[in-house]
Design a protein around this ligand. Structure first.
Ligand code: ING
Length: 321
C-alpha cells in the first residue's frame, strides 16, 4: 500500500479586485481544513491567485503585469509555503508566471510537505485565440497572454510516488496523459478554469461536464494513473465557469467529485499501488504498444490527406499497386 490522501481544492470565483493577500489567506484556510481531513497534498486550480484574466482584452502589456508572479514564492505567496511546512502538507498551485527573461507562462508548481518546490510545469496546450474578437460574449486570450510551455510534460518523485502535472486544456488531449504515463506517472494533477459557454461552439455547452469527466477518466484508465482535476468555478466576473472537480482512479472510475461551484474540498485516499494491476496487464506499455504504427502522431500538427499520410508513414501505402 502506498496511500496518498489528496484534497482537490475547488475554488469559487476570484474577483478582479481581490487583493493577492486575501486570496492567499483563503488558500491557507483550505490547507488547514485539508490537513484536518488527513490530506498529504492539496491541489489548487489553474491561475488560483487571480481572476481568469484571459476573458478580457488588454491593449497594453503593462496592464497585464498585475496578474503575473515575478517570483514564486514572492512576498505575497510566501504564506503558502510557510503553511505547507508548518502543517506538513504539500500543495499544487496554478499561477501566471512572468519569467526572468520576460516570457509569460501559465504555470503550476508542486511543493512538498517541507515547503520545498519539487516540480514545475508550464501549460503546453493553449486554447482560445490571440487577437481581440469582439463578437464573443467574453474573450479567451490565452494564446495572447501566454507562451507555450517549454518544460515538456514531466513527472516528479514526491509523496511516495510519481506525480505528473498538466493544466486545463491539456486534459482534453490524450497525448498529455500518454507522455506522462510513459514516464511512470501514478497521479496526474490538473487545475482548470473552464467557461461553460464556448462562443465558437455553443452546441457543446450542455456537454461541459460530460467532456470534463470522460477525458480525465480515459486519461486515468489508459495510463494506469490517478487523475485529480480541480476547477476554479462559479460565476466569476460575469462568466459562468464549471465546477466538476473530481478524482479519477486507474480503474477509470470517478471516486470523488465536487457538488458545488464554490470553495469545496474533495478528498480521497489514493493507493498508488492500484496503478500496478493496469500497468502490468492491459496497459503494459513495453509489451503492447506499437510505436512503429504511430508516426502520424508526431509527424504532423493537423490532419493530412491520405497521400500526405503515406509520405509520413510508408506502411500506409504498402498495399498500393
Ligand atoms: N479553459 C478551457 C478548457 O480547455 C475551453 C478552454 C473552454 C475549451 C470550453 C473547450 C470548451 O477547459 C482553459 N483555461 O483551458
Amino acid at each position: 500500500m502506498r496511500p496518498v490522501t489528496v484534497a482537490a481544492a475547488q475554488l469559487g470565483p476570484i474577483a478582479l479586485e481581490t487583493p493577492r493577500a486575501a486570496t492567499v489567506a483563503r488558500l491557507v484556510g483550505l490547507m488547514e481544513r485539508a490537513k484536518a481531513q488527513g490530506a498529504d497534498l492539496i491541489v489548487f486550480p489553474e491561475l488560483a491567485l487571480t481572476t481568469f484574466f484571459p476573458r478580457w482584452y488588454y491593449e497594453q502589456e503593462a496592464d497585464l503585469d498585475r496578474f503575473y508572479e515575478r517570483a514564486m514564492p514572492g512576498p505575497e505567496t510566501q504564506p503558502l509555503f510557510d503553511a505547507a511546512r508548518d502543517l506538513s502538507i504539500g500543495f499544487h498551485l496554478g499561477y501566471a508566471e512572468l519569467a526572468a527573461d520576460g516570457t509569460r507562462f501559465n504555470t503550476a508548481i508542486l511543493v512538498d510537505k517541507s515547503g520545498e518546490t519539487v516540480g514545475k510545469y508550464r501549460k503546453i496546450h493553449l486554447p482560445g485565440h490571440r487577437e481581440h474578437e469582439p463578437w464573443r460574449a467574453f474573450q479567451h486570450l490565452e494564446k495572447r497572454y501566454f507562451a507555450p510551455g517549454d518544460l515538456g510534460f514531466r513527472v516528479f518523485d514526491a509523496f511516495g510516488g510519481r506525480i505528473g502535472m498538466a493544466i486545463c486544456n491539456d486534459r482534453r488531449w490524450p497525448e498529455t496523459y500518454r507522455v506522462l504515463g510513459l514516464q511512470g506517472a501514478e497521479m496526474i494533477l490538473i487545475g482548470y478554469n473552464t467557461p461553460i459557454h464556448n462562443p465558437p461552439a455553443p452546441e457543446h455547452d450542455r456537454l461541459s461536464w460530460h467532456h470534463n469527466a470522460i477525458v480525465m477518466q480515459a486519461g486515468a484508465y489508459q495510463n494506469a494513473a490517478f487523475v485529480v482535476g480541480v476547477a476554479k468555478a462559479g460565476v466569476e466576473e460575469g462568466v459562468h465557469q464549471m465546477g466538476g472537480s473530481l478524482i479519477a482512479a486507474p480503474t477509470g472510475e470517478t471516486i470523488a467529485q465536487a457538488v458545488t461551484e464554490d470553495d469545496e474540498l474533495v478528498v480521497a485516499t489514493c493507493d498508488l499501488d492500484l496503478c500496478r494491476s493496469y500497468r502490468e496487464s492491459v496497459f503494459a506499455f513495453e509489451r503492447h504498444r506499437e510505436p512503429g504504427a504511430y508516426a502520424l502522431i508526431t509527424g504532423t500538427k493537423g490532419a493530412v490527406t491520405p497521400d500526405e499520410a503515406k509520405r509520413i508513414d510508408p506502411a500506409l501505402g504498402k498495399l498500393d499497386t
